[in-house]
Ligand binder design. Structure first.
Ligand SMILES: Nc1nc2c(ncn2[C@@H]2O[C@H](COP(=O)(O)OP(=O)(O)OP(=O)(O)O)[C@@H](O)[C@H]2O)c(=O)[nH]1
Length: 393
Protein backbone atom coordinates (compact mmCIF):
# COMPACT_ATOMS: atom_id res chain seq x y z
CA UNK A 1 0.00 0.00 0.00
CA UNK A 2 1.18 3.52 -0.80
CA UNK A 3 0.73 6.32 1.73
CA UNK A 4 0.24 9.95 0.79
CA UNK A 5 1.79 12.24 3.36
CA UNK A 6 1.96 16.00 3.54
CA UNK A 7 1.00 18.91 5.73
CA UNK A 8 -2.33 20.68 5.26
CA UNK A 9 -3.04 22.74 2.14
CA UNK A 10 -0.29 21.32 -0.08
CA UNK A 11 -2.92 19.66 -2.29
CA UNK A 12 -2.88 16.20 -0.77
CA UNK A 13 -6.66 15.70 -0.99
CA UNK A 14 -6.65 16.85 -4.61
CA UNK A 15 -3.74 14.45 -5.27
CA UNK A 16 -5.58 11.59 -3.55
CA UNK A 17 -8.76 12.25 -5.54
CA UNK A 18 -6.82 12.55 -8.79
CA UNK A 19 -5.20 9.18 -8.13
CA UNK A 20 -8.18 7.29 -6.86
CA UNK A 21 -11.26 8.69 -8.55
CA UNK A 22 -13.08 5.69 -9.88
CA UNK A 23 -13.35 5.69 -13.63
CA UNK A 24 -14.65 2.21 -14.34
CA UNK A 25 -15.87 -0.29 -11.80
CA UNK A 26 -13.91 -3.48 -11.97
CA UNK A 27 -14.74 -6.54 -9.95
CA UNK A 28 -12.37 -8.85 -8.15
CA UNK A 29 -10.57 -6.25 -6.10
CA UNK A 30 -7.99 -7.96 -3.96
CA UNK A 31 -8.97 -5.62 -1.11
CA UNK A 32 -11.76 -6.18 1.34
CA UNK A 33 -12.99 -3.19 3.30
CA UNK A 34 -12.14 0.20 2.02
CA UNK A 35 -11.97 2.82 4.75
CA UNK A 36 -12.86 6.43 3.98
CA UNK A 37 -9.22 7.52 3.75
CA UNK A 38 -8.31 4.66 1.47
CA UNK A 39 -8.85 4.46 -2.25
CA UNK A 40 -7.92 2.45 -5.27
CA UNK A 41 -5.33 3.82 -7.66
CA UNK A 42 -4.04 2.11 -10.78
CA UNK A 43 -0.45 1.54 -11.74
CA UNK A 44 0.06 1.36 -15.47
CA UNK A 45 2.14 -1.08 -17.47
CA UNK A 46 2.34 -2.04 -21.13
CA UNK A 47 0.00 -5.02 -21.66
CA UNK A 48 1.47 -7.95 -23.64
CA UNK A 49 -1.74 -8.06 -25.71
CA UNK A 50 -0.24 -5.41 -27.99
CA UNK A 51 2.95 -7.32 -28.72
CA UNK A 52 1.07 -10.62 -29.17
CA UNK A 53 -1.61 -8.97 -31.28
CA UNK A 54 -4.39 -10.45 -29.17
CA UNK A 55 -7.52 -9.04 -27.64
CA UNK A 56 -7.30 -9.51 -23.87
CA UNK A 57 -10.15 -10.03 -21.38
CA UNK A 58 -8.83 -8.70 -18.08
CA UNK A 59 -10.49 -9.79 -14.84
CA UNK A 60 -8.45 -8.33 -11.98
CA UNK A 61 -7.36 -5.22 -13.89
CA UNK A 62 -8.34 -3.35 -17.04
CA UNK A 63 -6.70 -2.66 -20.37
CA UNK A 64 -7.17 0.53 -22.35
CA UNK A 65 -5.35 1.02 -25.65
CA UNK A 66 -2.76 -1.61 -24.73
CA UNK A 67 -2.06 -0.18 -21.28
CA UNK A 68 -2.85 -2.41 -18.32
CA UNK A 69 -4.28 -0.63 -15.26
CA UNK A 70 -3.57 -2.65 -12.13
CA UNK A 71 -5.43 -1.68 -8.97
CA UNK A 72 -3.44 -0.83 -5.84
CA UNK A 73 -4.45 0.61 -2.52
CA UNK A 74 -3.61 4.18 -1.61
CA UNK A 75 -3.99 5.62 1.87
CA UNK A 76 -4.36 9.31 2.59
CA UNK A 77 -2.34 9.69 5.78
CA UNK A 78 -4.03 12.67 7.38
CA UNK A 79 -2.77 14.63 10.32
CA UNK A 80 0.84 15.49 9.72
CA UNK A 81 1.45 18.19 12.34
CA UNK A 82 4.57 18.89 14.38
CA UNK A 83 4.73 16.26 17.10
CA UNK A 84 2.45 13.85 15.22
CA UNK A 85 4.89 11.07 16.10
CA UNK A 86 3.86 11.51 19.73
CA UNK A 87 0.25 11.02 18.78
CA UNK A 88 -0.56 14.75 18.56
CA UNK A 89 -3.34 15.80 16.22
CA UNK A 90 -4.97 12.73 14.75
CA UNK A 91 -3.39 10.54 17.44
CA UNK A 92 -2.90 6.89 16.72
CA UNK A 93 -4.78 6.93 13.41
CA UNK A 94 -1.86 8.79 11.82
CA UNK A 95 0.64 6.29 13.17
CA UNK A 96 -1.45 3.32 12.16
CA UNK A 97 -1.75 4.53 8.59
CA UNK A 98 2.01 5.09 8.49
CA UNK A 99 2.61 1.57 9.68
CA UNK A 100 0.51 0.08 6.90
CA UNK A 101 2.20 1.91 4.03
CA UNK A 102 5.04 0.15 2.19
CA UNK A 103 6.22 3.37 0.59
CA UNK A 104 5.21 7.02 0.58
CA UNK A 105 4.49 9.81 -1.78
CA UNK A 106 5.45 12.90 0.14
CA UNK A 107 3.42 15.81 -1.21
CA UNK A 108 4.90 19.30 -0.79
CA UNK A 109 3.73 22.67 -2.09
CA UNK A 110 6.50 23.50 -4.56
CA UNK A 111 5.12 26.98 -5.08
CA UNK A 112 6.07 27.79 -1.49
CA UNK A 113 2.69 29.40 -0.85
CA UNK A 114 1.95 27.21 2.18
CA UNK A 115 3.63 28.13 5.46
CA UNK A 116 4.95 25.79 8.18
CA UNK A 117 1.55 25.24 9.77
CA UNK A 118 -0.20 24.63 6.46
CA UNK A 119 -1.75 28.10 6.10
CA UNK A 120 -1.56 30.21 2.99
CA UNK A 121 1.59 32.29 3.34
CA UNK A 122 5.28 31.93 2.78
CA UNK A 123 6.80 28.50 3.03
CA UNK A 124 9.73 26.42 1.90
CA UNK A 125 9.18 22.92 0.45
CA UNK A 126 12.80 21.95 1.21
CA UNK A 127 12.17 22.60 4.91
CA UNK A 128 8.90 20.65 4.64
CA UNK A 129 10.69 17.53 3.43
CA UNK A 130 13.22 17.83 6.26
CA UNK A 131 10.40 18.25 8.76
CA UNK A 132 8.63 15.15 7.54
CA UNK A 133 11.78 13.08 7.69
CA UNK A 134 12.32 14.17 11.28
CA UNK A 135 8.76 13.22 12.17
CA UNK A 136 9.25 9.76 10.67
CA UNK A 137 12.62 9.32 12.37
CA UNK A 138 11.15 10.31 15.72
CA UNK A 139 8.22 7.96 15.21
CA UNK A 140 10.56 5.00 14.65
CA UNK A 141 12.83 6.16 17.47
CA UNK A 142 9.84 6.15 19.80
CA UNK A 143 8.94 2.57 18.87
CA UNK A 144 12.58 1.53 19.15
CA UNK A 145 13.24 3.07 22.56
CA UNK A 146 9.94 2.08 24.17
CA UNK A 147 10.58 0.05 27.35
CA UNK A 148 14.29 0.02 26.53
CA UNK A 149 15.11 -1.10 30.11
CA UNK A 150 12.94 -4.16 29.63
CA UNK A 151 14.71 -4.90 26.36
CA UNK A 152 18.08 -4.66 28.09
CA UNK A 153 16.92 -7.16 30.72
CA UNK A 154 15.75 -9.53 27.98
CA UNK A 155 19.11 -9.13 26.27
CA UNK A 156 20.71 -10.90 29.23
CA UNK A 157 18.94 -14.13 28.24
CA UNK A 158 18.43 -13.63 24.50
CA UNK A 159 21.82 -13.04 22.93
CA UNK A 160 20.48 -12.56 19.41
CA UNK A 161 20.21 -8.76 19.20
CA UNK A 162 18.72 -8.83 15.72
CA UNK A 163 15.85 -10.99 16.90
CA UNK A 164 15.26 -8.75 19.92
CA UNK A 165 15.13 -5.66 17.73
CA UNK A 166 12.87 -7.38 15.23
CA UNK A 167 10.40 -8.13 18.04
CA UNK A 168 10.64 -4.57 19.29
CA UNK A 169 9.89 -3.23 15.80
CA UNK A 170 7.19 -5.75 14.90
CA UNK A 171 4.55 -4.10 12.80
CA UNK A 172 7.09 -2.08 10.86
CA UNK A 173 7.79 -4.97 8.50
CA UNK A 174 11.56 -4.78 8.68
CA UNK A 175 13.45 -7.97 7.88
CA UNK A 176 16.23 -9.40 10.02
CA UNK A 177 18.60 -8.86 7.09
CA UNK A 178 17.81 -5.15 7.04
CA UNK A 179 18.23 -4.82 10.80
CA UNK A 180 21.57 -6.59 10.55
CA UNK A 181 22.67 -4.13 7.87
CA UNK A 182 21.53 -1.14 9.90
CA UNK A 183 23.46 -2.12 13.05
CA UNK A 184 26.57 -3.45 11.32
CA UNK A 185 28.93 -0.86 12.86
CA UNK A 186 27.22 -0.67 16.27
CA UNK A 187 28.69 -2.08 19.47
CA UNK A 188 27.79 -5.72 20.04
CA UNK A 189 26.49 -4.97 23.50
CA UNK A 190 23.13 -3.21 23.65
CA UNK A 191 24.21 -1.86 27.07
CA UNK A 192 26.65 0.46 25.36
CA UNK A 193 24.16 2.00 22.95
CA UNK A 194 23.52 5.65 23.66
CA UNK A 195 20.52 7.77 22.78
CA UNK A 196 22.25 9.14 19.68
CA UNK A 197 22.90 5.59 18.50
CA UNK A 198 19.20 4.83 18.75
CA UNK A 199 18.39 7.99 16.81
CA UNK A 200 20.88 7.05 14.11
CA UNK A 201 19.42 3.55 13.97
CA UNK A 202 15.90 4.98 13.64
CA UNK A 203 17.09 7.07 10.71
CA UNK A 204 18.65 4.08 8.96
CA UNK A 205 15.58 1.92 9.56
CA UNK A 206 13.34 4.64 8.14
CA UNK A 207 15.43 4.74 4.98
CA UNK A 208 15.18 0.98 4.61
CA UNK A 209 11.57 0.41 5.55
CA UNK A 210 9.74 3.51 4.37
CA UNK A 211 11.11 4.62 1.01
CA UNK A 212 9.49 7.68 -0.54
CA UNK A 213 9.14 9.89 -3.56
CA UNK A 214 8.82 13.66 -3.35
CA UNK A 215 5.84 15.03 -5.28
CA UNK A 216 6.64 18.69 -5.93
CA UNK A 217 3.00 19.68 -6.25
CA UNK A 218 1.48 22.89 -7.61
CA UNK A 219 4.24 22.77 -10.22
CA UNK A 220 1.90 24.74 -12.47
CA UNK A 221 2.42 27.89 -10.39
CA UNK A 222 5.27 30.17 -11.51
CA UNK A 223 7.17 30.15 -8.21
CA UNK A 224 7.48 26.36 -8.36
CA UNK A 225 10.22 26.18 -10.97
CA UNK A 226 13.00 27.47 -8.75
CA UNK A 227 11.86 25.38 -5.79
CA UNK A 228 11.80 22.21 -7.89
CA UNK A 229 15.44 22.84 -8.81
CA UNK A 230 16.27 23.37 -5.12
CA UNK A 231 14.44 20.19 -4.10
CA UNK A 232 16.37 18.20 -6.72
CA UNK A 233 19.68 19.67 -5.54
CA UNK A 234 18.93 19.15 -1.87
CA UNK A 235 17.56 15.59 -2.10
CA UNK A 236 19.82 14.03 -4.70
CA UNK A 237 19.20 10.49 -3.45
CA UNK A 238 15.46 10.79 -3.93
CA UNK A 239 13.13 11.04 -6.87
CA UNK A 240 11.61 14.52 -7.06
CA UNK A 241 8.65 14.56 -9.46
CA UNK A 242 6.99 17.85 -10.44
CA UNK A 243 3.22 17.35 -10.18
CA UNK A 244 0.01 19.22 -10.66
CA UNK A 245 -2.76 17.38 -8.89
CA UNK A 246 -5.22 20.07 -9.93
CA UNK A 247 -4.44 19.58 -13.63
CA UNK A 248 -4.62 15.78 -13.31
CA UNK A 249 -8.05 16.03 -11.69
CA UNK A 250 -9.25 18.52 -14.32
CA UNK A 251 -8.07 16.23 -17.15
CA UNK A 252 -9.72 13.17 -15.59
CA UNK A 253 -13.00 15.00 -15.24
CA UNK A 254 -12.83 16.52 -18.73
CA UNK A 255 -12.29 13.04 -20.15
CA UNK A 256 -15.13 11.60 -18.12
CA UNK A 257 -17.54 14.19 -19.46
CA UNK A 258 -16.48 13.46 -23.02
CA UNK A 259 -14.73 16.78 -23.73
CA UNK A 260 -11.28 15.30 -24.36
CA UNK A 261 -9.53 12.02 -24.90
CA UNK A 262 -6.22 11.58 -23.16
CA UNK A 263 -3.30 10.12 -25.04
CA UNK A 264 -0.38 8.48 -23.31
CA UNK A 265 2.93 8.11 -24.96
CA UNK A 266 6.04 6.73 -23.29
CA UNK A 267 7.65 10.14 -23.44
CA UNK A 268 4.77 12.51 -23.13
CA UNK A 269 1.17 12.85 -22.08
CA UNK A 270 -1.29 14.75 -24.26
CA UNK A 271 -5.00 15.04 -25.05
CA UNK A 272 -7.24 15.53 -28.04
CA UNK A 273 -10.25 17.84 -27.89
CA UNK A 274 -13.23 15.79 -29.06
CA UNK A 275 -15.67 18.56 -29.84
CA UNK A 276 -14.39 22.16 -29.98
CA UNK A 277 -17.95 23.49 -30.27
CA UNK A 278 -18.73 22.30 -26.72
CA UNK A 279 -15.97 24.42 -25.21
CA UNK A 280 -16.67 27.74 -23.50
CA UNK A 281 -13.91 30.38 -23.94
CA UNK A 282 -12.98 29.80 -20.29
CA UNK A 283 -12.60 26.06 -20.83
CA UNK A 284 -10.56 26.68 -23.95
CA UNK A 285 -8.19 28.93 -21.95
CA UNK A 286 -7.89 26.30 -19.22
CA UNK A 287 -7.04 23.59 -21.75
CA UNK A 288 -4.41 25.84 -23.39
CA UNK A 289 -2.86 26.39 -19.97
CA UNK A 290 -2.85 22.62 -19.35
CA UNK A 291 -1.28 21.94 -22.74
CA UNK A 292 1.53 24.36 -21.93
CA UNK A 293 2.14 22.53 -18.66
CA UNK A 294 2.25 19.13 -20.37
CA UNK A 295 4.66 20.47 -22.99
CA UNK A 296 6.95 21.67 -20.24
CA UNK A 297 6.88 18.75 -17.81
CA UNK A 298 5.79 15.84 -20.02
CA UNK A 299 2.97 14.76 -17.70
CA UNK A 300 0.93 15.89 -14.69
CA UNK A 301 3.30 13.71 -12.66
CA UNK A 302 0.54 12.18 -10.52
CA UNK A 303 0.40 8.79 -12.22
CA UNK A 304 4.18 8.85 -12.54
CA UNK A 305 4.52 9.09 -8.75
CA UNK A 306 2.42 5.95 -8.24
CA UNK A 307 4.26 4.01 -10.95
CA UNK A 308 7.67 5.02 -9.65
CA UNK A 309 6.66 4.11 -6.10
CA UNK A 310 5.89 0.57 -7.25
CA UNK A 311 8.40 -0.03 -10.01
CA UNK A 312 11.30 1.93 -8.56
CA UNK A 313 10.95 1.98 -4.77
CA UNK A 314 9.25 -1.36 -4.22
CA UNK A 315 10.88 -3.22 -7.13
CA UNK A 316 7.56 -4.45 -8.45
CA UNK A 317 7.15 -6.38 -11.69
CA UNK A 318 3.98 -7.47 -13.46
CA UNK A 319 3.45 -11.14 -14.30
CA UNK A 320 0.53 -12.74 -16.17
CA UNK A 321 -0.39 -16.26 -15.03
CA UNK A 322 -2.34 -18.32 -17.59
CA UNK A 323 -3.76 -21.84 -17.69
CA UNK A 324 -3.53 -22.39 -21.45
CA UNK A 325 -0.03 -21.49 -22.66
CA UNK A 326 -1.04 -21.70 -26.31
CA UNK A 327 -4.00 -19.36 -26.09
CA UNK A 328 -2.49 -17.24 -23.27
CA UNK A 329 -5.78 -17.69 -21.46
CA UNK A 330 -7.53 -19.15 -18.43
CA UNK A 331 -9.78 -22.24 -18.64
CA UNK A 332 -12.71 -20.18 -19.89
CA UNK A 333 -10.66 -18.72 -22.72
CA UNK A 334 -10.14 -15.27 -21.18
CA UNK A 335 -6.91 -13.98 -22.68
CA UNK A 336 -4.36 -12.59 -20.17
CA UNK A 337 -7.05 -12.47 -17.47
CA UNK A 338 -4.90 -11.50 -14.49
CA UNK A 339 -1.98 -9.16 -13.97
CA UNK A 340 -0.11 -10.00 -10.76
CA UNK A 341 2.21 -7.63 -8.98
CA UNK A 342 5.31 -9.48 -7.87
CA UNK A 343 8.73 -8.30 -6.70
CA UNK A 344 12.05 -8.58 -8.50
CA UNK A 345 13.70 -11.74 -7.27
CA UNK A 346 10.41 -13.65 -6.86
CA UNK A 347 10.41 -17.11 -8.42
CA UNK A 348 7.99 -19.28 -10.40
CA UNK A 349 7.14 -21.10 -7.17
CA UNK A 350 6.39 -17.76 -5.43
CA UNK A 351 3.93 -17.03 -8.22
CA UNK A 352 2.26 -20.40 -7.72
CA UNK A 353 1.90 -19.66 -3.99
CA UNK A 354 0.48 -16.25 -4.77
CA UNK A 355 -2.18 -17.78 -7.02
CA UNK A 356 -3.07 -20.38 -4.39
CA UNK A 357 -1.22 -21.98 -1.46
CA UNK A 358 -2.31 -25.35 -2.75
CA UNK A 359 -0.82 -24.65 -6.18
CA UNK A 360 2.45 -23.67 -4.51
CA UNK A 361 2.55 -26.92 -2.57
CA UNK A 362 1.75 -29.06 -5.61
CA UNK A 363 4.14 -27.14 -7.91
CA UNK A 364 5.86 -29.34 -10.53
CA UNK A 365 7.25 -26.87 -13.05
CA UNK A 366 6.28 -23.70 -14.90
CA UNK A 367 6.06 -22.89 -18.61
CA UNK A 368 7.13 -19.68 -20.26
CA UNK A 369 4.09 -19.22 -22.51
CA UNK A 370 5.92 -17.04 -25.05
CA UNK A 371 8.84 -19.39 -25.61
CA UNK A 372 6.99 -22.61 -24.70
CA UNK A 373 9.85 -23.75 -22.50
CA UNK A 374 9.86 -25.37 -19.10
CA UNK A 375 11.02 -23.38 -16.08
CA UNK A 376 12.10 -24.72 -12.70
CA UNK A 377 10.74 -23.66 -9.31
CA UNK A 378 13.66 -21.26 -8.81
CA UNK A 379 13.24 -19.46 -12.13
CA UNK A 380 13.41 -15.72 -11.38
CA UNK A 381 10.36 -13.99 -12.79
CA UNK A 382 10.80 -11.10 -15.21
CA UNK A 383 8.59 -8.11 -15.87
CA UNK A 384 5.73 -8.98 -18.28
CA UNK A 385 6.36 -12.74 -18.12
CA UNK A 386 3.38 -14.92 -19.11
CA UNK A 387 3.55 -18.09 -17.04
CA UNK A 388 1.64 -21.33 -16.76
CA UNK A 389 2.07 -23.31 -13.55
CA UNK A 390 1.93 -27.08 -13.83
CA UNK A 391 1.11 -28.89 -10.59
CA UNK A 392 0.76 -32.46 -9.34
CA UNK A 393 -2.87 -33.55 -9.61
N1 LIG B 1 -2.26 25.55 -8.54
C1 LIG B 1 -2.50 24.39 -7.95
N2 LIG B 1 -3.30 24.33 -6.89
C2 LIG B 1 -3.52 23.14 -6.32
C3 LIG B 1 -2.92 21.94 -6.79
N3 LIG B 1 -3.33 20.92 -6.01
C4 LIG B 1 -4.16 21.44 -5.10
N4 LIG B 1 -4.30 22.79 -5.28
C5 LIG B 1 -5.09 23.72 -4.48
O1 LIG B 1 -4.53 23.81 -3.17
C6 LIG B 1 -5.55 23.97 -2.19
C7 LIG B 1 -5.42 22.90 -1.12
O2 LIG B 1 -5.70 21.65 -1.73
P1 LIG B 1 -6.21 20.39 -0.90
O3 LIG B 1 -6.17 19.25 -1.82
O4 LIG B 1 -7.47 20.68 -0.20
O5 LIG B 1 -5.02 20.31 0.15
P2 LIG B 1 -4.73 19.31 1.34
O6 LIG B 1 -3.28 19.20 1.41
O7 LIG B 1 -5.49 18.07 1.21
O8 LIG B 1 -5.23 20.15 2.54
P3 LIG B 1 -6.10 19.67 3.78
O9 LIG B 1 -7.39 19.13 3.20
O10 LIG B 1 -6.28 20.95 4.52
O11 LIG B 1 -5.27 18.66 4.48
C8 LIG B 1 -6.87 23.92 -2.96
O12 LIG B 1 -7.29 25.23 -3.20
C9 LIG B 1 -6.50 23.23 -4.26
O13 LIG B 1 -7.34 23.61 -5.33
C10 LIG B 1 -2.05 22.04 -7.93
O14 LIG B 1 -1.49 21.07 -8.41
N5 LIG B 1 -1.89 23.29 -8.46
Amino acid sequence: MIGLVGKPNVGKSTFFNALTEKEVDIGNYPFTTIEPNKGIGFITSECPCKELNLKCNPRNSKCIDGIRYIPVEVVDVAGLVPGAYEGRGMGNKFLDDLRQADAFILVVDASGRTDKEGNIGEGDPVEDVKFLLEELDMWIYKILSKNWDKLLRRAQQEKNIVKLLKDQLSGLNISEEDIKMAIRDFDESLMKWKEEDLLELAKRLRKISKPFIIAANKADLPEAEENIKRLKREFKDYLVIPTSAEIELALKRAEKSGIIKRVFDREKEDFIILDESKLSPQMKRALDYIKEFLDKYGSTGVQKCLNEAYFNLLNSIVVYPVEDENKFSDKEGNVLPDAFLMRKGDTARDLAYKIHTDLGERFLYAIDARKKIRLGADYELKHNDIIKIVAVR
